[in-house]
Design a protein around this ligand. Structure first.
Ligand SMILES: Cc1cc2nc3c(=O)[nH]c(=O)nc-3n(C[C@H](O)[C@H](O)[C@H](O)COP(=O)(O)OP(=O)(O)OC[C@H]3O[C@@H](n4cnc5c(N)ncnc54)[C@H](O)[C@@H]3O)c2cc1C
Length: 465
């Protein structure tokens, strides 16, 4: 049974943290660091502190440490631990701003973004690398790693929360490729986490969520030879009936598809909901086309837009990347353990919500090859993740948050449960159990072992789950 959270994490509340025991010696830290330490008023501070979602612009840290090395990270941890809130920042896409603690120290890793492919096919990736850095570095070496879709997202957040993406049914989650991570712990130790060294930490880093356990400074991932890919988008006419028909067809189609095929279903809310199916096929266009035809035949709704293109790995990843511009949004998630029996009920939830999308990303295939408790990511046997994503402004944030909450509740009433930690939402009522399922207790214990004083505490850290 789902356990009620000890604390309700509020979107508006400042991040609570233990009492400040001593002041941080900012000048001393600045001298000890190789990279710059920026404080309010310093040139570059405003740009450095801002995250992807402008709704978090009111998160003003006391300092941003632009770390050049693991040693800079270690110096930052030692200087700020138990004094002010402390968080790593990689791509800065935390939905609610957990990588920019108010009044705290941001350990900005973006200068540590090297991607190098070794002779054995493993890739060493600096923890500040963006997905663009990863895909371009691997693409040049004709290798691939499954990962998320937006180029500006950080590899750190993606990998630590699991890492869902267009290649997951064939190659698994990003975290399934992790073989080693270098971690700076709350007490300033440098640990290597792998199957043989600190295996409990290694287990937790694969799905336990960013911001817990310590700061990862470098990842090593296994990679695969980059295959030829086919990308596609089918857009369908608006209206509750066709969208329901497409969802009704999409579910068994993707559940029964070969693992080379991945697709999502993106329903746009509004007075007349519309939808599109986008995806990626590992293989040539000629083998993908009949699979798409079979979806159209099942749905019995002709798409009014059909794009199918052969691409190499990097260009395929670029196809799915949104614009790099910052965007104000409110989002949450649920997980479908199995296809829904009521597609019409799901579509109806979006009626009237313009600016809101429901994005169902199919799981299955290689994701399900790993046992639920083999890594910290728990949604191994589920059918799909469901993201509720709504654009908002500072003025509309409260109202949009309420609307997103209504849809989340509506989905729960239709049997959707769970949630994806990378779509982190302080208003998800049962977030701890939702994100971690049966892995929650072990994760709490690992977090306590590596950060007993809750140095990395934040509103949805594991110690509060
Ligand atoms: C436009 C957009 C597209 C997205 N697409 C996908 C997708 O396709 N697939 C997917 O799985 N997710 C996706 N996400 C969600 C994304 O994975 C999460 O938001 C993730 O947490 C972002 O990581 P980041 O490094 O960019 O963010 P940050 O804000 O830098 O970090 C997120 C959290 O991780 C912590 N953290 C960061 N770096 C480290 C580190 N090195 N060590 C320890 N903790 C760290 C931070 O303190 C913070 O709590 C998307 C998000 C957005 C906004």
């Amino acid at each position: 049974m789902a356990r009620a959270p000890l604390f309700h994490a509020s979107r508006e509340a400042p991040q609570a943290i233990g009492p400040s025991k001593a002041k941080v010696d900012w000048d001393g830290l600045r001298q000890r660091m190789q990279g710059p330490l920026l404080r309010p008023g310093d040139p570059g501070f405003e740009d450095a502190r801002k995250l992807f979602n402008p709704l978090n612009d009111d998160h003003i840290p006391a300092a941003v440490a632009q770390c050049e090395s693991a040693e800079d990270v270690r110096q930052g941890v030692l200087a700020a631990a138990n004094r002010v809130p402390l968080a790593a920042r990689s791509g800065g896409h935390s939905y609610v701003g957990y990588s920019a603690p108010r009044g705290g120290l941001v350990l900005d890793l973006r200068r540590m973004a090297t991607v190098s492919v070794q002779a054995d096919g493993t890739a060493a990736v600096g923890a500040g690398a963006s997905l663009r850095d990863v895909y371009s570095g691997l693409g040049r070496a004709n290798r691939c790693l499954p990962g998320g879709s937006c180029f500006t997202v950080g590899i750190s957040g993606v990998a630590l929360g699991g890492g869902i993406g267009v290649l997951q049914r064939k190659f698994g989650l990003t975290c399934d490729h992790l073989v080693e991570a270098e971690v700076i712990t709350a007490d300033g130790r440098t640990l290597m986490a792998s199957a043989t060294r600190t295996p409990d930490l290694f287990w937790a880093l694969r799905g336990g969520g960013g911001g817990n356990f310590g700061v990862v400074t470098r990842f090593t991932f296994t990679t695969d030879p980059a295959p030829p890919l086919t990308v596609f988008v089918l857009g369908f006419p608006a209206g509750k009936v066709p969208v329901t028909e497409v969802m009704t067809a999409w579910q068994p189609w993707i559940a029964g598809a070969p693992r080379e095929l991945w697709a999502n279903l993106n329903v746009s809310g509004g007075s007349d909901p519309s939808c599109r199916v986008a995806g990626c096929f590992v293989g040539p266009r000629s083998a993908c086309t009949p699979l798409l035809d079979s979806l159209v035949a099942r749905a019995d709704v002709q798409p009014n837009r059909r794009t199918v293109e052969a691409r190499d790995y990097f260009d395929a990843m670029r196809f799915f990347s949104g614009r790099p511009d910052r965007e104000s949004f409110v989002a949450s998630s649920r997980v479908l353990t199995a296809p829904t029996a009521d597609p019409g009920g799901v579509v109806a939830l979006l009626a009237g919500h313009s600016g809101m999308s429901l994005i169902l990303d199919a799981l299955g295939g290689a994701v399900a090859d790993v046992d639920v408790q083999q890594t910290a990511f728990p949604h191994r046997t589920a059918f799909a993740t469901a993201q509720i994503y709504a654009t908002a402004t500072a003025a509309s944030e409260a109202e949009v948050t309420r609307s997103v909450g209504q849809v989340v509740k509506g989905l729960a009433d239709l049997g959707f449960s769970g949630g994806y930690v990378n779509y982190i939402d302080p208003d998800l009522p049962d977030w701890g159990r939702s994100y971690y399922g049966p892995n929650l207790e072990r994760l709490r214990s690992v977090a306590h072992d590596y950060d007993p004083d809750r140095v990395f505490d934040f509103a949805q850290s594991l110690s509060r789950a």
